[in-house]
Ligand binder design. Structure first.
Ligand code: ZN
Length: 470
């Protein structure tokens, strides 16, 4: 039998099963799968030494719209609207969405994926809803823009679920806005055919497990119920992960009550949409009954706290959801910031501010238990949500991991018992040193091999987009 070539890594500490271990090397085969963990002297000598580093499973960003990276920090002022809200922000977002060529969409996505990789992210769920030309005309290749996203992820080296978004209308009793033309697929049959075509392309073009397709009906506002049910039925038959924006804004709940005389989660439940393959993104404006419905159907909730605080969406009842047994994962959403640890800690900090209590989400009084729970939202819960194999370090799973500099100013002095809390509550991005996807080095000592070019081309794009801005 030919010898299987293994690679091994030996950090000072390795995070596995909720704790840090020392004197353990991680090994992976040529396909990038974890083969074993070893403490034997010979193995430790053969492994690549990672001094002053701790090694953790790669982060999973379950909800992103990469094109919105181009409006980062461009909307932090008052407009003439009486009240500046999510809806006034959305106008700026639509404006940017109209300007972007297929190549621009690739450049923006690549920039966002680079920032994710540099922060320790190894998998992303891209909720992709730019499908057509600016006037709404489909491109000759109806998946041209989704392919730009895939191209960007492949160049950076990040694992990706392209969550193809169905978008049909502006809302109940609302006229379509010109800014929405790129999103719209009026017929569910076309949407399903386009999704199948993308799925076939991904299976043909991508290494197994590096990219896959999911389905994302945008929201109850944007997708009528019969369309939604048809798309979800097809997605289930194909075992695609299903994501949907749910109850981000009170106005969406009110519109749902107006149109269907029921609240969004109750409607989704009664329509058979909820299930273990379903992720409800945001889920901020939900009541007790809706939380118990999400829990009963074993749906996941994806929180996006850095975006939600930026948009003034509200605070997720993460404590009530955890008590109900709902798995929460995290997303960078609008990409105002790309830092899963900031999202994780904000989940807890929001509750501290509103409840005027500390350690609200801590399951036990043990030292690192709160950090363990928050770290799970940034890793394995996200992996389960987007259908990625990963989120933890286990034999047979992909060797997706990142390393942190133990002497970095933001966490130096941590002991093993408080190390995860240091990382979750205080880590700065620059402390992330190496990132591996399938055992392949994507980030080496804080740098990506193409980062200069990726950043430069993004800077050029921004200059062009915003030079006319008054
Ligand atoms: Zn979103």
């Amino acid at each position: 039998m030919p010898e299987v070539r293994e690679r091994g890594w030996l950090p000072d500490f390795l995070y596995r099963d909720g704790k840090f271990e020392s004197g353990v090397a991680l090994f992976a085969d040529e396909d990038g799968r974890i083969t074993r963990f070893s403490r034997s002297e010979g193995d430790l000598l053969n492994a690549q030494r990672l001094p002053n580093r701790t090694l953790l499973p790669g982060l999973v960003n379950a909800h992103s719209h990469t094109f919105q990276r181009v409006i980062r920090a461009r909307t932090e002022y008052r407009t003439k609207a009486i009240r500046n809200t999510f809806w006034t922000w959305r106008e700026a977002m639509y404006h940017a969405a109209l300007e972007l060529s297929p190549e621009d969409i690739y450049i923006a996505a690549r920039m966002a994926f680079l920032e994710m990789a540099l922060s320790g992210t190894t998998s992303v769920g891209e909720f992709h809803y730019l499908h057509h030309a600016a006037d709404g005309t489909p491109y000759e290749d109806r998946n041209l823009l989704a392919k730009q996203i895939l191209r960007a992820a492949a160049e950076v080296g990040i694992r990706i679920a392209v969550l193809r978004t169905a978008y049909v209308r502006a809302g109940w009793k609302k006229e379509l806005e010109p800014g929405q033309a790129r999103f719209i697929t009026p017929n569910p049959r076309d949407f399903i055919a386009d999704t199948d075509a993308l799925d076939a392309y991904v299976r043909r073009q991508s290494a197994p497990g590096s990219a896959w397709v999911g389905v994302a009906p945008h929201s109850i506002r944007a997708v009528p119920l019969d369309y939604l049910i048809e798309v979800v039925g097809c997605a289930r038959a194909r075992r695609f992960p299903i994501h949907m924006h749910v109850a981000e804004q009170p106005a969406e709940v009110e519109a749902c009550l107006g149109e269907y005389n029921t609240r969004p989660v109750a409607l989704l439940d009664a329509s058979g949409v909820l299930g273990p393959d379903f992720t409800a993104v945001h889920s901020i404006h939900v009541n007790e009954d809706e939380i118990s419905r999400l829990a009963r159907r074993r749906a996941t909730v994806c929180a996006c706290p850095t975006t939600e605080r930026n948009l003034g969406d509200g605070i997720l009842a993460a404590d009530e959801m955890e008590q109900a047994g709902i798995n929460i994962c995290l997303g960078s959403d609008s990409n105002i910031q790309i830092d899963s640890f900031e999202d994780a800690r904000q989940l807890e900090y929001n509750l501290r501010l509103s409840r005027r209590e500390r350690a609200v989400l801590a399951p036990t009084p043990e030292r690192d238990s709160l950090a363990v729970r928050l770290f799970k939202t940034a890793t394995e819960n996200g992996a389960a949500s987007i259908g990625a194999a990963g989120g933890k370090l286990e034999v047979g799973w992909p060797a997706d991991f990142f390393t942190v500099d133990l002497n970095h100013i933001s966490i130096a002095g941590a002991d093993p018992e408080s190390l995860l809390s240091h990382i979750v509550f205080a880590l700065q991005g620059a402390a992330v040193r190496d990132v591996f996807v399938s055992g392949y080095p994507v980030i080496v000592d804080g740098h990506h091999q193409h980062e200069e070019r990726i950043i430069l081309e993004f800077v050029k794009l921004q200059k062009r987009l915003w030079s006319q801005e008054k």
